[in-house]
Design a protein around this ligand. Structure first.
Ligand code: NAD
Ligand code: LMR
Length: 334
């Protein structure tokens, strides 16, 4: 083990060291996500918190010879959660229960809303300047919950709150490559809206595959919108996507840190506090955003849509509005 002095000297030699906290680090997503963050050279201080298992995961990861120090925190220790959060630059929240077959993401609200609300309150107290990346479902409601908690505490910065929707765009890239026989690593599909069923809108008309037959496109859109169900069904009661989600979460976290570092043209989709449909009462919307030193630098417009996509957007907005209001009023009612 490095001495504390040696650790300090070592991390001061690393450019742009970032402190990152994972809340729910012992879970199906939390563990592989923490592994991928341990392998990310932009991270020098990795703090893992969970109701169970965080210390074990942290000790396990601490043997990997990358430039970060990893520490586990538990609710049993005095100030476990606040110490996990104090001074951190980025908080990822995969804490909460996953779906079982037959459930919608909205069915998770009853349990996850209060978990996310309480973790957001702790982040507001101990890490008011951190970027917060919300993974816990239902994302369409949990992101507004976090925003409302931060507003109530007077520390809301809309440029630093993100609903992680990266899994929708990586699925879209993979699934389109399967039907078009192309290289998935070269596919880019803008996915806008929210993160559940019909609120997920892949913009196929903006790809190189706009001439796809109607049948093929309808099937593809449906698969992207309901890709989560495929995994829930295959896991047969043992949870939902964890490994692809860990990859998606680590990809998005890396983009946020790249923005912090001042790298140019870092663009990823995310569900954020967005001006795009505010005039229609929709406060949050997923679209590509440019990430910079202070978080969101630019929220990109959605571009031109086909008439089919316009129709999908109308339906998305109806559901999204209700999901957002549900999150906001949950916090307001407590
Ligand atoms: P999991 O049950 O395997 O892990 C969740 C972890 O959260 C557990 O270790 C649990 O102890 C911990 N936890 C619960 N309450 C906590 C609290 N108050 N503080 C700290 N930790 C707490 O579940 P999972 O498969 O990792 O999924 C987690 C969440 O992520 C689910 O809500 C799931 O729906 C969601 N998810 C989102 C996406 C997305 O695209 N945004 C993708 C997949 C899963
Ligand atoms: C997903 O898209 O895989 C996640 O939101 C988990 C789920 O419940 O489907």
């Amino acid at each position: 083990m490095l001495s504390r002095v040696a650790k300090r000297a070592f991390s001061s030699t690393v450019a742009n060291p970032y402190k990152v906290t994972v809340l729910g680090a012992g879970g199906g997503i939390g563990q592989p996500l923490s592994l991928l963050l341990k392998l990310n050279h932009k991270v020098t201080d990795l703090r893992l918190y969970d109701l169970k298992g965080a210390k074990g995961v942290a000790t396990d990861l601490s043997h990997i010879p990358t430039n970060s120090v990893v520490k586990g925190f538990t609710p049993e220790e005095p100030d476990g959660l606040s110490n996990a959060l104090k001074g951190t630059d980025m908080v990822l929240i995969p804490a909460g229960v996953p779906r079982k077959p037959g459930m919608t993401r909205d069915d998770l609200f009853a349990i996850n809303a209060s978990i996310v609300r309480d973790l957001a309150a702790a982040a507001a107290e101990s890490a008011p300047n951190a970027a917060i990346l919300v993974i816990s479902n239902p994302v369409n409601s949990t992101v507004p919950i976090v925003a409302q908690v931060l507003k109530n505490k007077g520390v809301y910065n809309p440029k630093k709150l993100f609903g992680v929707t990266t899994l929708d765009s990586i699925r879209a890239a993979r699934f389109i490559s399967e039907v078009e026989n192309t290289d998935p690593t070269q596919e880019r599909v803008n996915v806008i809206g929210g993160h559940s069923g019909i609120t997920i809108i892949p913009l196929i008309s903006q790809t190189n595959h706009k001439l796809m037959s109607d049948d093929k496109r309808h099937e593809l859109i449906h698969r992207i919108q309901f890709g989560g169900d495929e995994v829930v069904k295959a896991k047969n009661g043992a949870g939902s996507a964890t490994l692809s989600m860990a990859h998606a979460g680590a990809k998005f976290a890396n983009a946020v840190l790249s923005g912090f570092k001042g790298e140019k043209d870092v663009i990823e989709p995310s569900f954020v506090d967005s001006p795009l449909f505010k005039s229609e009462g929709i406060e949050f919307f997923a679209s590509p955003v440019t990430l910079g030193p202070d978080g969101i630098e630019k929220i990109h417009p959605i571009g031109e849509l086909s008439s089919e996509e316009e129709e999908m957007l109308q339906k998305c907005k109806e559901t999204l509005k209700k999901n957002i209001e549900k999150g906001v009023s949950f916090v307001a009612s407590k």
